[in-house]
Write a protein that binds this ligand. Structure first.
Ligand code: PGA
Length: 254
């Protein structure tokens, strides 16, 4: 049975005080909204990760993750944070390959494959993001783009290692734009991803893989997206900054 997850990516938002308050609302609300095995993962700025990870210790369904990590364990890399450091805070997840990291920080498939390895080696579960730009969609190259992102970032793994990966399909044209992929558009890609995973890692691994949708997901569209056969939850940006909206999205996963 694959896990259903709603993950919140706070990006560069929330300081210590506002982050603690928002997180407390999420943890309390999740107790009411979650009726089954679903998981919530909150990814705050790294500087408050430890504080939030500590306060989530007793929660059975809310976890925290970082938004990035370095590919090396330690060393002279000023300003960077390693997977081992993230893990030491009791965080369990790390977002890797987000389109903003690819676009603004030049992260390519080769680097991302190294980051995936570092995360797995240190016991973190990567939430690995893939997705096409508007230009790639309009020129009908999106299947090809998704396939090469999967191959470059993940296909060096064994099926056993792959079991710790959560995938997030995030069409770049839908991130922070208010444009959402229709449930049918998203389902088409999710089914394609699952088929590619089956070819590489086997049907069982593909059936067990959690594939999230991300890109302007909100309380109004979450249910129709999450009801698609191959959509197992969401990676939420803007709407994860408002407890009420985020909890409504979590509820849509039931
Ligand atoms: P959004 O961001 O929900 O604000 O579109 C999603 C993401 O970047 O993960």
């Amino acid at each position: 049975m694959r896990k259903k997850i709603v993950a919140g990516n706070w990006k560069m938002n929330q300081d210590l005080e506002s982050g603690k308050a928002l997180f407390a609302e999420i943890v309390n609300g999740a107790k009411q909204e979650i009726t089954g095995e679903q998981l919530v993962v909150v990814c705050p700025p790294s500087i408050i990760l430890s504080e939030l990870a500590n306060s989530a210790k007793d929660s059975s369904n809310v976890f925290v993750g970082s938004q990035n990590c370095h590919q090396k364990d330690s060393g002279a890399y000023t300003g960077e944070i390693s997977a081992a450091m993230v893990k030491s805070t009791a965080a369990e997840y790390v977002i890797l390959g987000h389109s903003e990291r690819r676009q603004y920080f030049g992260e390519n498939e080769e680097l991302l494959a190294q980051k995936v390895d570092a995360a797995l080696k240190n016991g973190l579960k990567p939430i690995f993001c893939i997705g096409e730009t508007l230009e790639e969609r309009n020129s009908n190259r999106y299947f090809e783009v998704i396939k090469s992102q999967l191959e470059g970032g993940l296909f060096h793994l064994t099926a056993e290692q792959f079991a710790d990966i959560v995938l997030a399909y995030e069409p770049v044209w839908a991130i922070g734009t208010g444009l959402t992929a229709s449930p049918e558009q998203a389902q088409e890609i999710h089914a394609f991803i699952r088929a590619e995973l089956a070819k590489k890692f086997g049907q069982e691994a593909a059936d067990n893989a959690t594939i999230l949708y991300g890109g302007s997901c909100n309380p109004g569209n979450a249910s129709s997206l999450f009801s698609q056969q191959d959509i197992d939850g969401g990676l939420i940006g803007g709407a994860s900054l408002k407890a009420g909206d985020f909890l409504a999205i979590i509820k849509a996963l039931n």
